[in-house]
Design a protein around this ligand. Structure first.
Ligand code: G6P
Length: 371
């Protein structure tokens, strides 16, 4: 059993460690770093159709939905196109505005999630071009979408999604750059920089996995007995907070909530006490100061602060009780890749410390093929 896990104790841990390779596999052959060109012929979209787009509608569930939320920030910034990120189970029972000028993007690791498929079919019926972002080759989403961008992350066995998430991020990042390229929103120099930054991600992850795991194990030893966790972040850190909380609740059964840091005052601040760890995604981006002041508010209520932030950030050290150091990427757009991994490891180590069945958490399925 250990052999099929490549010497790792669980599939989830193996898959966490496979992320540098998974992200590389998603990028490979699709970019020309020298020219800033992104090549995605598999989308099956002609350039006139891309130029005519007025909106994107990303449809997904669970962790794949979180990947879509990250992509919204990227794609709106790069293309100026509005991006809606839809929970497939809600989308399918609304009357969403769809037509040939809305690109529907169904994001699904398995390509078999019932709600995502229903959303995809609805979009197709209403004349929207549909792109699938999938990991499983030949899955239903890939057969029904007009084009599929495969993530090529390799089989994901652990029920809680890890490498599929970061490879979905890479695919969505490429999709965003591609749209910006065809529509003329980002020039070659800008795209070259964004591609260079993305290409650096696998190496950065590879160099940090060991240290992150050791650090997360220390934190797990301290906090595995907690009943509740709050996760906070802003901008790109917000979907990461949602994903960090989801990972923790899925595999450790600790109640965890992800929140937009700016919304803390509208509710979760009432929960803060000496017992509850607050995990904050705090890279030094344009909302960093705001996040820091949210942390001060937690601190003044004696909450326990675990911050994920940039190495060498002294202000963060002063404010937080515990810091997980993350390197500064060449472009803040890359932060989601870098923060996702320690959040996964924190959940993993806590679940292991609690003696949970990490790869097969109770009540959960790898893919939800019935409604
Ligand atoms: C289940 C899995 C999650 C996954 C979600 C969506 O809930 O446990 O890990 O994110 O389904 O699955 P999909 O295959 O559509 O990405």
């Amino acid at each position: 059993a250990m052999a099929e896990k490549g010497g790792f104790r669980h599939f989830m841990l193996k898959e966490i460690h496979e992320q540098p390779q998974a992200v590389l596999n998603t990028i490979r052959g699709r970019v020309v770093p020298e020219t800033g060109e992104v090549r995605l012929p598999e989308l099956g979209l002609d350039e006139a159709a891309v130029r005519a787009l007025r909106r994107l509608s990303i449809i997904a569930c669970g962790t794949s939905w979180h990947a879509g939320l990250v992509a919204k920030y990227w794609i709106e910034e790069w293309t100026g196109l509005p991006v809606e990120v839809e929970l497939a189970s809600e989308f399918r029972y609304r009357r969403p505005l769809l037509d040939g000028q809305v690109l529907a993007v169904a994001v699904s690791q398995s390509g078999e999630t019932a709600d995502t498929l229903a959303g995809l079919r609805m979009a197709k019926e209403r004349g929207a071009p549909v792109v699938g972002i999938c990991n499983v080759v030949g899955s239903t989403v890939t057969r029904e979408a007009h084009g599929t961008l495969y993530t090529h992350a390799g089989p994901e066995i652990g029920v809680a999604s890890t490498k599929a998430f970061t490879s979905q991020l890479a695919a969505l990042y490429l999709l965003g750059l591609y749209l910006a390229q065809v529509r003329g929103d980002l020039d070659a120099a800008a795209r070259r920089e964004k591609i260079r930054a993305l290409v650096a991600v696998p190496g950065i992850l590879e160099g940090r996995l060991g240290a992150w795991q050791a650090r997360c194990r220390e934190l797990a030893d301290r906090f595995y007995g907690c009943r509740d966790f709050l996760y906070l972040g802003r901008h790109l850190g917000f979907p990461l907070a949602l994903e960090g909380a989801l990972k923790l609740k899925e595999i450790s059964y600790i109640h965890a909530e992800g929140y937009a840091a700016g919304e803390m005052k509208h509710g979760p601040i009432a929960l803060i006490d000496r017992e509850m760890p607050v995990t904050v995604v705090a890279p030094r981006d344009h909302v960093y100061e705001k996040v820091l002041s949210n942390m001060e508010e937690v601190r003044s209520r004696r909450g326990i602060l675990i911050a994920l932030g940039e190495e060498g950030d002294e202000a963060l050290r002063q404010t937080a009780d515990h810091v997980v150091e993350v390197p500064r990427p060449p472009d803040p757009a890359l932060n989601p890749f870098l923060y996702a991994v320690p959040l996964q490891l924190l959940a993993y180590e806590i679940a292991v410390a609690r003696g949970c069945d990490v790869d097969q958490p109770r009540n959960l399925a790898k893919s939800v093929t019935v409604e």
